[in-house]
Design a protein around this ligand. Structure first.
Ligand code: GLY
Length: 426
């Protein structure tokens, strides 16, 4: 199977690495990729994921059997549709189905029709007056959830007990020309559950938890994600099945009923409150950084799994198999991330071909034969172990061998779970 992965982050590095380990996969290509992925895939740096014509041309040149689209922007822009129209098997939803991430109003409508629990939400457009903004703010709180209603890759949300900070974020989003979504705050520990979806067939992967704030103890601004662990020792034994039954299957069925069936990876971001799981948001693609940890425990060859979704045969796929134990992934970020990431610092102790050490590269470029930071989240390191403690120790021990001047990472990924500080409300 000749495979082409679209995207350039650590998530795409993880996808490419897992595909390269599938005996049925003969070729792995990534476009545009990053130089850290070059050990397991042929890179096509000139092809940007949002450029549907260029992606179709590359898939044609490679005679690709399977195209896997990583990020949301090409999915929302309809790149999967262009590939399907050209006859390719694609892992990733149509532009119409990708609205589950691209349009929060669409997602809320699907959830309302499907009877799925989620936060109450209200949109405030860029034309709103100061009085209208203040009135809307006062219908929410005392913890405010202020979201950029455009595609923000998980970075456009501010959760704050500070009314002035909430209003400041409304202004910031409006200044960029986007509407704001105010949401009621959902209490309870967060869960990321990724489901393979093919129409109304839903197959869950292992549940994971992301750490979105930049600093230890969930302090500082939100980021794209600073680390994750999987599975979740504190989740009730029937937790995944409840999320599938109460959230993912009803949503998948509703999308079929509305004429926009989902095919690809449906990411349910949830808070587990006193009434069980409630949806914080949906994404139409694998999450980053959770994917890096989740895929590292998957032993079923990935190419066949993704091809089953792309070819509409997910219902016939045998049950997925997983390694026992835990995986933890920690993000090494550039100085100044998330506000003003500093680029150009050299990375020592990690390079292309370090996948078995757990390294997955994201914001990296090559300069004079070495990798340098070129983005906010620079790379991930994954550790695995029989226990969450061992997995954490493995990840942090490997990270200690890598140096990025000015770089920073959280030291508490998975720690609250290890210390028994996470519990679902009764
Ligand atoms: N883990 C956050 C995201 O992928 O959006």
């Amino acid at each position: 199977m000749r495979t082409l992965v679209i995207g350039n982050g650590a998530r795409e590095h993880a996808l490419a690495f897992s595909l390269s380990n599938d005996p049925a996969v003969t070729e792995v290509h990534v476009a545009p990729g990053n130089p850290g992925i070059g050990g397991v895939a042929t890179l096509h740096p000139a092809v940007k994921g949002e450029d549907a014509a260029a992606v179709v041309a590359l898939a044609t040149e490679l005679d690709a059997d399977l195209v896997v689209i990583g990020p949301e922007i090409p999915l929302v822009a309809g790149v999967a549709d262009a590939l399907r129209d050209a006859g390719f098997a694609v892992f990733g939803p149509s532009g119409s189905a990708a609205r589950i991430e691209g349009s929060k109003a669409f997602a809320k409508g699907i959830m309302a029709s499907a009877g799925v629990k989620t936060a109450h939400a209200e949109a405030v457009g860029p034309g709103a007056t100061e009085e209208e903004i203040a009135a809307a703010i006062d219908r929410f709180g005392p913890t405010w959830v202020v979201k950029d209603d455009g595609l923000a890759g998980g970075k456009g949300v501010v959760v704050t007990p500070d009314r002035a900070a909430a209003i400041a974020h409304v202004h910031e989003v409006h200044a960029a020309g986007n509407p704001v979504l105010l949401e009621s705050f959902l209490d309870g520990p967060e869960v990321s559950l990724f489901c393979l979806v093919d129409g109304d067939t839903v197959v869950p992967l292992l549940p994971a938890q992301d750490h979105k704030r930049v600093r230890d103890n969930d302090e500082g601004p939100n980021t794209g994600g600073m680390g994750a662990y999987t599975p979740l020792p504190w989740l009730p034994a029937d937790g995944v099945q409840r999320i599938v039954d109460e959230v993912c299957i009803p949503v998948a069925k509703q999308m079929v009923a509305e004429g926009c069936p989902f095919s690809g990876l449906l990411y349910a971001g949830l808070a587990w409150g006193a009434d069980g799981p409630a949806v914080v948001e949906f994404n139409c693609r694998f999450g980053d950084p959770e994917t890096q940890a989740v895929l590292d425990l998957l032993t079923t060859p990935l190419g066949g799994v993704l091809a089953a979704v792309a070819n509409g045969t997910l219902a016939e796929l045998p049950p997925l198999e997983w390694e026992d134990g835990y995986a933890v992934t920690v993000v090494l970020a550039a100085e100044g991330y998330p506000e003003n990431p500093v680029t150009g610092a050299p990375i020592s102790g990690a390079g292309a071909g370090d996948e078995t050490r757990g390294v997955r590269a994201a914001g990296v470029a090559e300069k004079d034969g070495v990798l340098v930071a070129s983005g906010g989240r620079v790379l991930n390191v994954i550790g695995k172990g029989a226990t969450l403690v061992e997995a954490r120790d493995a990840a942090y021990a490997e990270l200690a061998t890598i140096d990025l001047p000015g770089g920073h990472y959280r030291s508490d990924i998975g720690l609250a779970a290890v210390e028994g500080r996470i519990a679902v409300p009764e």
